[in-house]
Design a binder for this molecule. Sequence first.
Ligand code: DAT
Ligand code: MG
Length: 155
Amino acid sequence: MPDTQKTLVLLKPDALQRDLLGDIVSRFERKGLKLVGMKFIRLSDEMLDEHYAHLSDKPFFASLKQFMMQTPVVGMVLEGYDAIGEVRKIVGSTNPREADAGTIRADFSMNVPSNLIHASDGEEAAAAEIKRFFQDEELFQYEKITDRFIFGEGI
Ligand code: DAT
Ligand code: MG
């Protein structure tokens, strides 16, 4: 039985400006990932210092943070079998021109930092990032009648 995991996704200001929120959410829905949390978030300088701490010595750090604060972002928590890796696969490589065709970044974007979307890159990051952006009461557990068709159990 595969692991059921939760992962954090942020739809960046370029996704909002370009009216791609629906298309992007739809890709995760169609895959069979379950949305267990979703909201607008206005990112602060402090939140971004934490979120992008691994990039703090990069020359593009300040402009990356500014980019992420231009508009609210959409935060989502997605749940499913191997959700962390599956979501990264659907999102594609950081540089949209190197991302595989069929991924969100390859299909809809051209350059960093305008690569539309953030997704947690491992178990530790997912746990920390979900906690950073969502309160426990903003995450929901519910049954979907399609679950057994998506996961193929008990059919
Ligand atoms: P990812 O978003 O694929 O996990 P990352 O964590 O290395 O990639 O970087 C976070 C974001 O920082 C990335 O989505 C876009 C921006 N970024 C990364 N490398 C960059 C670069 N060379 N120039 C400008 N922005 C960059
Ligand atoms: Mg990253």
